[in-house]
Design a protein around this ligand. Structure first.
Ligand SMILES: C[S@@+](CC[C@H](N)C(=O)[O-])C[C@H]1O[C@@H](n2cnc3c(N)ncnc32)[C@H](O)[C@@H]1O
Length: 425
């Protein structure tokens, strides 16, 4: 029987399993087994080996390698919340022979990291703006295996002329030799960097010289450049603008610039005691900024709590956040209400209505203009990861739709106010 342990304020990317405990971060979606990766290796292979995991996130690979008897496992990760998650688990589980280092992987490998029997670079290369130097360093630093995971549906269309062999691989040639793998990397490089390789790059990829064994895992995902993402987001812009017009036409709609003022004015409107106060908005619309900059509101007259929406918390999390304990009574609610398409990922309308218990709802909506929203998201990606993510689905942000709840409030006769903060220009 497995026990689930949810860790607050950390991100793991994949679930981490140690013994019968499964660790998951507060913003993580369920899943991400690692068994299929270790199955690529001979039985008992990891006993006494040294392992380096590049972009180790919450450490799932490192912990599993340690469990399989590695002499030393090093996880390298840049993102604060993820490395914090890995270290927290290490403490909780009392795992030795695992080390997590927060450093940029180029810098780490540049400075002579030493050599490892196995180097993992899972779901990493396609996030880097120039994966080739990294791949070269990985080859130099690995003694026995390199294990890579990445998207498979990259296209070589622009390079067809340059290299018919690559184009042939695109049609699904089975990978048999190291040379095949290296050509696959070339494919990846072309797609990520977006240009035909120089002579040196060509030589590296298309040679069959690597003495290392390579395990390669692929998954289906299409890379998106900035313009493609912008184009994708525009598809949803109309939908969001439609929502906005609809909300503004609502008789309970208030435009406001300052949350404190709003709270003061609402006291006369809802004098029944407790309200549900909810701060909503798509990603990067400024919820956290508002939340963080508000002074703590002691003994509020309204029903106040923080609800930083987490998919996996579902009903239980929602209930807890809408009915906070004494320690968290002075927080605002922050709810990301819904995506249009995925009813399971976010809390359902029924669940929501159940927990608000018919008390008045003050729904403060954070909005910003479309262009600005896109730029904020894009800048956040680049800032947080030091690399340009090519495959983030920005469109989800625009499927943000709180009107489903407003409809339900109306139907159920629940008093509500929609207040829009930072109105769209
Ligand atoms: C998509 S996640 C994959 C995580 C993990 N390898 C797995 O497959 O479970 C990529 C990870 O690489 C990390 N990363 C990206 N660029 C990095 C860099 N330059 N140095 C260190 N880590 C980096 C990111 O922070 C992120 O956690």
């Amino acid at each position: 029987m497995e026990n689930m342990k949810l860790l607050k304020d950390v991100e793991l990317y994949r679930d981490v399993r140690i013994g019968n405990i499964v660790y998951r971060g507060s913003e993580d979606s369920p899943g991400g087994e690692v068994g299929y990766i270790f199955d690529l290796f001979p039985v008992g292979y990891f006993e006494g080996k040294t392992v380096l995991d590049l972009g180790s996130a919450g450490g799932a690979i490192c912990f599993e390698a340690a469990r399989r008897g590695c002499a030393m496992t090093v996880g390298l990760e840049l993102q604060k919340e993820r490395i914090a998650g890995a270290r927290r688990i290490q403490r909780l589980a009392g795992m030795t022979r695992v080390r997590f280092i927060r450093r940029d992987l180029y810098e780490f490998l540049e400075r002579g990291a030493g050599r490892f029997d196995v180097i993992f670079a899972l779901n990493l290369l396609h996030h880097l703006s120039n994966p080739l130097p990294l791949l070269q360093k990985i080859c130099r630093s690995s003694k026995e295996y390199i294990c890579l995971e990445g998207p498979w549906d990259l296209t070589v269309a622009p390079f067809r002329e340059y290299c018919p062999r690559l184009a042939a691989m695109e049609r699904g040639t089975t990978f048999a030799t190291v040379g095949d793998y290296l050509r696959y990397f070339a494919l990846m490089h072309f797609s990520v960097v977006g240009q035909a390789p120089s002579a040196a790059v060509k030589e590296f990829y298309l040679s069959d010289r690597s003495p290392r064994r390579v395990s390669l895992l692929r998954y289906a995902r299409r890379l998106k450049d900035r313009d493609t993402r912008l184009w994708g987001m525009r598809l949803f812009q109309g939908y969001r603008d439609g929502c906005d017009r609809y909300v503004r036409a609502d008789p309970y709609f208030l435009a406001c610039h300052d949350v404190q003022e709003l709270l003061a004015s609402l006291k006369s409107r809802f004098n029944s005691g407790r309200w549900n106060f909810i701060l909503v908005g798509p990603r990067a619309s400024g919820k956290s900024v508002i939340y963080e900059n508000l002074p703590a509101l002691h003994k509020p007259t309204y029903h106040s709590k923080i609800f930083k929406f987490s998919n996996w918390l579902g009903m239980k999390g929602l209930r807890r956040h809408l009915h906070p304990t004494s320690q968290c009574h002075s927080k605002f609610a922050e709810v990301l209400l819904s995506t249009m398409d995925d009813g399971t990922a976010h809390v359902s309308q029924e669940e929501f209505l159940q927990v608000i218990k018919g008390r008045p709802v003050v729904c403060v909506v954070c909005y910003c203009g479309f262009e600005e929203h896109f730029e904020r998201l894009y800048a956040r990606e680049v800032r947080d990861f030091s690399t340009e993510y090519h495959d983030v689905y920005f469109d989800l942000s625009l499927r943000f739709d709180y009107l489903r709840w407003v409809e339900a409030f109306r139907q159920q006769g629940i008093p509500y106010v929609i207040a829009e903060l930072a109105p769209m220009h």
